[in-house]
Design a protein around this ligand. Structure first.
Ligand code: CDP
Ligand code: MG
Length: 735
């Protein structure tokens, strides 16, 4: 079923929030020669990424009405008109006529399943209704609403604070990993499901909340599924806590069954008929087909009858499509009306996200290029045409090898129907499916497999253990994960020393769970205490959390960019140390933007790394690890890294590929690595991603003896003995 492998790092739009997102792949695109997605490479126009991005929160804040500011009379009038328009808009939403009935149902039942079409007002209105009905008054409690996606959490919070005329971060706020935009005043809190999960660590009974709304439940992200199990318990212990499970699709019965036959509240949608067109024959290049279809619609249909929404799989595809469309429209000149391209994906800078919500200027048409973020999480008004490529990216985990990859895979029938539905919100719509009807009927699954059944569970297992869930096999999963994946997670946590042989959380495990990171990264940080280099290790961890968007390489300045890059990799120090050098050099310049510019480093990524590092630093304090710096002792730094990543150690083979020491798995050093031409005999890598082949990313050389020293329970001398002492020739084996 899986048609194409794409690298884990390049999109991440569609798989929830806890994975960090990586913007422009300028560097990589060139190096691996666009091998990942093979369409329209001649159309691909490299963007010269400039430093135009502001900090995300600052921007959102500035778009929000400042209720404290002095306004002159004209402004006041304008404000009043705007406010009354907002009130009218709110009243026009499908949910509005059901406000009282809904409140009554919430009053009568502790758990309620809410089903309503995307755009009916569930996310933005229900928390406000509950607030107006007094749910935030008793004891200053909050209403929490979870979202599977960061972008949705931020945008919805911004929208609601706007509707309520308050500053974002005050009464209405949001919380996503490494970014807390809430305050003492906050009563409506939008957050990612992963963040609420982490709140169980500090507040297992969620006492600060009077209502929890688990929104977009149909997405069945890993965090949402775990939340179900935990929150069901909390609800039985706290009879006054209200629990709303809201979903855009009709899995409602399943949710209801799970929550002991909780009643289902249906918000009747106002769906207009949607005409569905399938392609007559299978399409090989769906990106090109999507672009052509969009241009045809634009050229042949009256401009004022509605906008176009194209579903693609990730950022790279979206950028490619955007470039092609813009180029072709420009080529047509004045022969055709204006077509405004609006990309939307998880990692799009906030100021650009706003564009999709702005009304289309008269005489023009908008084409929104979206990942499946627009399937249900975000509502875009005035869409009349939907172009559905039939694909999305999903996260796949192989418990046997421990490899994770994001793959382009066919969507489910449920998704296809959701996508089509986006065109019939404000009037009759049309959906063009770039796959055959036969394929829809026979190839697509009915619904998407829940993430819990296809992902690495180490993270949530550690979290569950930390909140005191000892018996995972009997945890109340809505759909249980494969036993093999659970076992693999337990094994890893045991190897990392976070669980003892009885499966109980150890002191190390307790410390690790304080960090909102993957267990191997957390372990690396906890171990840095011993090696007296915590300052360096949290910098490295922060830089690794950013992903692969540190360096960039503009087309017209590749040589300069490569030279700058070389400076950090001099002496074949390895990628981890190179990242540390980047961070420290930037810090020495007092975090200068100019320095980033001169060194072809993305300032936006660096700022994010700084924020993450600050947070990691404060967590060090919480777990009682001193901030100690030992920047010249590379061995100590590398040993800390290995303490977390020893399962990721690999040995060079005769053919130039690497093989992991335990659970043999072949990999190649990624071409973007500083060691890709060096090919050390032994390496430790941060992650193994599947693109055109298995690539190890972020690689550092190690001495095999260190493995036995750092992880004697895992490696014995015989594992790391070299069978031949011959040195491998340099620079072989990588295409
Ligand atoms: O959650 P649900 O899909 O039911 O709807 P919602 O997100 O509450 O959106 C209700 C309406 O609010 C949409 O139809 C949009 O017109 C508007 N909205 C917006 O303008 N900007 C946002 N960021 C979110 C919603
Ligand atoms: Mg919603």
């Amino acid at each position: 079923k899986i048609v194409e492998l794409v690298s884990k790092e390049q999109q991440c739009d569609d798989t929830g929030e806890e994975r960090e997102i990586h913007p422009q792949q300028a560097w990589e695109e060139n190096q691996i020669n666009n091998a990942k997605l093979n369409f329209g490479s001649k159309d691909r126009k490299q963007k010269d990424y400039q430093f135009v991005f502001e900090d995300q929160i600052e921007f959102i804040k500035s778009t929000i009405v400042d209720s404290d500011s002095d306004v002159d009379v004209d402004n006041e009038k304008l404000q009043r008109t705007r406010n009354s328009k907002l009130i009218e808009d709110r009243k026009a939403l499908p949910i509005y006529p059901y406000k009282d009935a809904l409140l009554q149902a919430v009053h009568d039942h502790q758990v309620l399943i809410i089903v309503g079409e995307t755009g009916s007002g569930k996310t933005t209105q229900i928390p406000q209704y509950l607030h107006e009905a007094g749910f935030t008054r008793s004891g200053g409690k909050m209403i929490g609403c979870t979202q599977p996606r960061r972008v949705a959490a931020m945008r919805v919070a911004a929208r609601v604070s706007h509707e309520m005329g308050v500053k974002l971060g005050h009464e209405v706020g949001y919380s996503i990993r490494f970014e807390d935009c809430t305050s003492e005043k906050t009563i409506l809190k939008y957050m990612t499901d992963g963040m609420l999960l982490r709140e169980f660590l500090t507040e297992p009974d969620l006492a600060s909340y009077s209502v929890i709304m688990i929104d977009e439940a149909h997405e069945r992200t890993l965090s949402t599924d775990i939340l179900f199990g935990l929150i069901k318990d909390v609800a039985s212990a706290r009879p006054h806590l209200k629990l709303l499970i809201s979903s855009a699709t009709l899995d409602a019965e399943k949710f209801s069954d799970y929550f002991d036959c909780a009643p289902i509240f249906k918000i009747p949608g106002r769906r207009f008929p949607v005409e569905i067109h399938h392609s007559k024959a299978p399409i090989s290049d769906y990106l090109d087909a999507a672009v052509v279809t969009a241009l045809q619609i634009h050229a042949t249909q009256p401009q004022d009858d509605g906008d176009i929404l194209i579903f693609l799989t990730g950022q790279e595809e979206i950028e490619t499509a955007e470039n092609i469309i813009n180029r072709r429209i420009r080529a047509l000149g004045t022969k055709i009306a204006e077509l405004i391209t609006c990309p939307i994906y998880a990692n799009l800078p906030t100021e650009l996200q706003a564009k999709i919500f702005e009304p289309t200027p008269e005489g023009a048409r908008k084409v929104v290029l979206a990942t499946n973020i627009a399937e249900t999480s975000l509502t875009i008004d005035c869409i009349k045409y939907v172009i559905d490529t039939g694909f999305c990216k999903i996260n796949c985990y192989n418990p046997r090898t421990g490899t994770e990859s994001l793959m382009v895979a066919p969507i489910s029938k449920a998704s296809a129907n959701q996508r089509a539905g986006r065109s019939g919100r404000t009037g009759p719509g049309k959906c063009f499916r770039l796959y055959t009807e036969h394929s829809y009927m026979n190839d697509l699954e009915d619904s998407t497999i829940p993430e819990i059944q296809r992902t690495n569970l180490a993270n949530v297992v550690l979290l569950l253990k930390s909140v005191g869930i000892t018996d995972l096999l009997n945890f109340d999963f809505m759909d249980p994960p494969p036993a093999e994946a659970l076992l693999k997670a337990l094994e890893l946590l045991f190897a990392l020393g976070s669980l003892d042989k009885d499966g109980k959380l150890t002191k190390v495990g307790e410390r690790m769970s304080e960090f909102p990171l993957d267990p191997m990264l957390s372990k690396m940080i906890v171990a840095s205490d011993k090696y007296k280099c915590s300052a360096e290790i949290i910098s490295i961890a922060a830089m690794l959390s950013i992903g692969n968007s540190i360096f960039y390489r503009p087309k017209d300045r590749q040589v300069q960019a490569d030279n700058a890059w070389m400076n950090f990799h001099v002496g074949n120090v390895g990628d981890h140390i190179a990242l540390l050098k980047v961070y420290n050099s930037w810090k020495e310049t007092k975090f200068s933007t100019q320095w980033c510019y001169e060194n072809y480093i993305q300032v936006r990524s660096m700022k994010k790394a700084r924020d993450i590092r600050d947070q990691l630093e404060s967590r060090l304090e919480r777990v009682g690890i001193d901030l100690t710096s030992n920047v010249n002792d590379l061995e100590a730094i590398k040993k800390s890294i290995i303490s977390g990543f020893f399962p990721h150690s690999a040995r060079l083979q005769k053919n130039g590929a690497y093989r992991t020491v335990k659970h043999p798995q072949t990999g190649h050093i990624h071409p973007s690595s500083g060691l890709s031409q060096v090919l050390p005999r032994w390496v430790v890598y941060h992650e193994l991603v599947l693109t055109t082949k298995e690539y190890m990313r972020q690689v550092t050389e190690l001495k095999p003896g260190w493995l036995v020293e750092v992880a004697p329970h895992y490696y014995q001398l015989k594992d790391v003995e070299d069978s031949s002492s011959k040195k491998m020739p340099r620079g072989i084996g990588l295409a």
